[in-house]
Design a protein around this ligand. Sequence first.
Ligand code: ADP
Ligand code: ADP
Length: 229
Amino acid sequence: KNLIEIKNLNLQYGSDNRSSILALQDINLNLKEGEFLCVLGPSGCGKSSLLKVIAGYLKPSSGSCLMQGEMIKKPDWHRGVVFQSPTLYPWLTVKENVSFGPKMRNLAKNKIEEISSYFLDEVKLSGFGDRHTFELSGGMKQRVALARVLANYPQVILMDEPFGALDALTRDNMQGLIREIWQENDTTIFFITHDVDEALSLATRIIVMSKRPGEIVKEFKVNFTSQIL
Ligand code: ADP
Ligand code: ADP
């Protein structure tokens, strides 16, 4: 079943013809419920732009981007976004960061506590709830960002090179963790990377984009049995 349907999508930055940039050209893509889609492609090919359209930050110049049949018009918590540099609230503790979404949705106090504890545990940060985020390492911050997104029970998680700034060992751990979370929470993931190995070890399907203007030039399913798990 399709969660997100993108049809004949073009995205242009700037409106006057001389300085405008066509970032995405004729993108046709369906994101299926439960899949782990990796998007590969060279720097500047439009991966982030595509993510921002799906997130609702950018409007397509033409074509359409639907989620469950409805036009995506603005960001909302059904689509959680994780960027390369985690954007956490520095004045809040780790647990308060994770509780932020449930609080905004006016859930009961004990429910908020239950959800934030659960997802802190899920990202293996149970003992760190009372810390401030500036005390944490890069990998830990990224785990807080992930827990904060998960606490909203998004239908899809959009990730833009989330492990790109981490050292190799931390990145390996994070890859294992995101696979686990994807399996346990029955969620759908749209994951940008320029690391072929990362895509091969994470994805159920990979799309490859070409240089600007970004077009989807290749698509393939990943055979799980060929993966080293
Ligand atoms: P990627 O994520 O694959 O590196 P981006 O989506 O960031 O690619 O960028 C695609 C193209 O669009 C690039 O040429 C980039 O310079 C251009 N671009 C991205 N954001 C903007 C913007 N806000 N204004 C103008 N051009 C932009
Ligand atoms: P990424 O590849 O993750 O998008 P970039 O360094 O390419 O990182 O871009 C960082 C930010 O700057 C992005 O949010 C993008 O929208 C914006 N940006 C990129 N290229 C341009 C551009 N030519 N003009 C204006 N903004 C841009």
